[in-house]
Design a protein around this ligand. Structure first.
Ligand code: PHE
Length: 460
């Protein structure tokens, strides 16, 4: 391959640590802090958590290696990466295009949930929570936010504006710098909250809940765990491919992929170890669903000592996590425009940001009674927001995962694949590791993901 070296150095990470920070920043997001705790809670804890960890190890890390490798080898954005390595086969390019579409769609609704976080950060700052400990008041507070088009659009605008500013500043000055500081701050904030949570009476029951075997683990829970492993590691849509394309020849793909997956998992488990003790300490169940962090956590924390500071720290953490993920999604789409149309970063950045912003409006008003909310729910059973999440997480991500897996497993030149895997990596040069990885990306992951998708379709 001679594609290497056709990028200016400003288009590469300054250090491999910068790459790990940015990629871990992409992985660690609302998925870890908002979604993982509530689905772990709903699926009964222990067994679900264990199964999720297995999915990360068996499917997540190998596909992450494949994706980062594809980016680094081609030094290109998703669509170009597939074009370069499969000149005559348009089917593969479709995988790249699908990923870009999925990324754009995800960011359009991700920004709405992040906006709720911004609103709650604002409420924590100004002390805007109900004064009494009445659960209904907290539910009403959240419901009125979800239903308010004005508030949703406002916070969606603020969140997209911050994300765009970082992406416009480029790889080194924008994304890498923000990720280095942001991830450092995120781990400090999470550490502070974990220490706080460990002093609460609910800590021991929470640990038991999280690690003990549970009964209500079903076949559907298994599917949910696998799908979430993809979402949480930002896999299957070309985000890791794009970030990998800013790596240099000497960077280690295998070691960094493992580090990213570990960071992501630590935050997901850490978030549970913060949220569950808080809920348990005031007698609330962790199975509250999507409202867990917006209803139960403020309700519980404000009854506990130092609760107001805790709440502020928590929503700051959520914002940082959401921002570094949103940045990676926007960057992937912007890199696609820059690469395919040779646009400048500012033109591509603005155009893409505005497009995604507009696409997010229907999600922003999905909580209302209009067409995109109650209207679609009545005719199709899902609001626009729910439909976008369903389509992206359950279909586009796994499909992209299969595509990337098969492409790297079968299409990439075998000599090149082996070189890329073992390059500069002590772990990567282990022969048994390479063959297990190849087995997973060639056979195991495409087969298992297909079974899951067929099951989702109701085929069996
Ligand atoms: N991994 C992010 C999270 O856990 C979401 C994400 C998915 C980001 C896909 C980029 C690509 O919140």
């Amino acid at each position: 391959m001679t594609e290497q070296g056709n990028r200016k150095s400003s288009n590469h990470w300054k250090s491999s640590l910068g790459f790990v920070a940015a990629a871990a920043g992409s992985a660690v997001g609302l998925g870890n802090i908002w979604k993982f705790p509530y689905i772990a809670g709903q699926n009964g804890g222990g067994t679900f958590v264990l199964f999720y960890l297995l999915c990360i190890a068996i499917f997540g890390i190998p596909i992450m290696i494949a994706e980062v490798m594809l980016g680094r080898t081609t030094q290109s954005s998703p669509l170009r990466a597939f074009q370069r390595l499969s000149t005559r086969n348009y089917g593969w390019q479709f995988v790249g295009l699908l990923g870009i579409f999925a990324g754009i769609l995800i960011l359009s609704y991700y920004s709405i949930v992040a906006g709720w976080g911004l609103h709650y950060l604002f409420l924590s700052l100004v002390g805007g929570f109900p004064q009494d400990n009445n659960p209904q008041a907290y539910t009403d507070l959240f419901d009125s936010l979800v239903q308010s088009a004005r508030l949703n659009i406002w916070w969606h605008s603020v969140f997209m504006a911050i994300t765009t500013c970082v992406v416009l500043r480029g790889i080194r000055g924008g994304i890498e710098r923000f990720a280095n500081w942001g991830m450092l701050a995120l781990f400090i904030l999470l550490g502070m909250l974990a220490i706080y949570a460990s002093t609460l009476s609910g800590f021991v029951p929470a640990v038991k809940f999280l690690f003990a075997f549970s009964e209500n683990f079903t076949w559907t829970s298994a599917l949910e765990a696998l799908g979430h492993a993809f979402f949480s590691l930002s896999l299957g849509i070309g985000v890791m491919l794009t970030y990998g394309s800013y790596l240099q020849r000497h960077d280690d793909v295998v070691g960094t992929s493992i580090a990213i997956a570990i960071a992501d998992t630590v935050v997901a488990i850490g978030a549970c170890l913060v949220l569950f003790p808080i809920a348990f300490s005031v007698g609330l169940e962790p199975s509250a669903g999507p409202g867990l962090i917006f209803i139960n956590i403020p309700l519980a924390l404000l009854q506990l000592p130092f609760g107001r500071i805790g709440l502020l720290v928590f929503f700051l953490l959520l914002l940082l996590a959401a921002l570094t993920s949103a940045i990676s999604l926007l960057e992937m789409a912007v890199a696609f425009l820059i690469d395919s149309l040779s646009w400048s970063r500012s033109v591509a950045g603005f155009t893409m940001a505005i497009f995604i912003y507009l696409l997010g409006i229907p999600s922003a008003i999905s909580g209302g009674t209009g067409f995109f909310g109650a209207g679609l729910k009545q005719s199709l059973g899902m609001t626009w927001f729910e439909g976008a999440d369903y389509l992206a997480s359950n279909w586009l991500l796994p499909l992209g995962g299969i595509g990337i897996s098969l492409f790297v497993g079968w299409q990439l030149n075998s000599h090149q694949r082996l070189n890329e895997f073992s390059n500069n990596s002590r772990i990567g040069s282990l022969a048994w590791l390479y063959s297990s990885w190849l087995l997973i990306i060639r056979w195991l992951s495409p087969i298992v993901i297909t079974i899951i998708m067929l099951h989702n379709l109701g085929v069996f």
